[in-house]
Design a protein around this ligand. Structure first.
Ligand SMILES: [Zn+2]
Length: 138
């Protein structure tokens, strides 16, 4: 269930924060966004409806846990939850904390920038998130 041309089959896809047999949570290195996480399935499957019911429930539980942790830690204006996969048809959920003064708000992060914005720096964010996910997920 791997695909040689797929970036998520061939790499972790970011800084690994947590994982189980089904999926992993990574932090995305992004020039504009702090705390941008992805939940990536550990096998090459295209659509949520290709998963079993139990797998769907599990990956959404994990995705919503990421959302809650990012809300608790960063207090964003809004969470953007996105699943596109047009370029990389391997199930992954983007969980993106958004702020009124970020580079694209209120447009999507994939739109043209609407303002100059500096990415906030949060000391120890990686370790904070790792600890929170470890506590919230088993
Ligand atoms: Zn893949």
């Amino acid at each position: 269930m791997m695909n040689d041309d797929c970036v998520f089959c061939n790499s972790v896809g970011g800084e690994l924060l947590w994982q189980n047999d089904l999926c992993r949570i990574v932090m995305v290195e992004d020039a504009s966004y702090v705390g941008f996480c992805r939940v990536i399935l550990n096998k090459h499957v295209k659509e949520m409806t290709d998963l079993t019911e139990a797998e769907r429930v599990n990956i959404m539980h994990i995705t919503f846990t990421v959302e809650q942790v990012l809300r608790d830690v960063l207090q964003p204006t809004k969470i953007n939850l996105a699943s596109l996969g047009n370029k990389t048809p391997h199930i992954h959920w983007h969980v993106i904390p958004r702020f009124e003064n970020d580079a694209h708000f209120p447009e999507t992060i994939w739109s043209a920038e609407v303002r100059l914005s500096h990415k906030p720096t949060i000391d120890g964010l990686l370790d904070i998130l790792k600890a929170k996910f470890l506590g919230a997920l088993r």
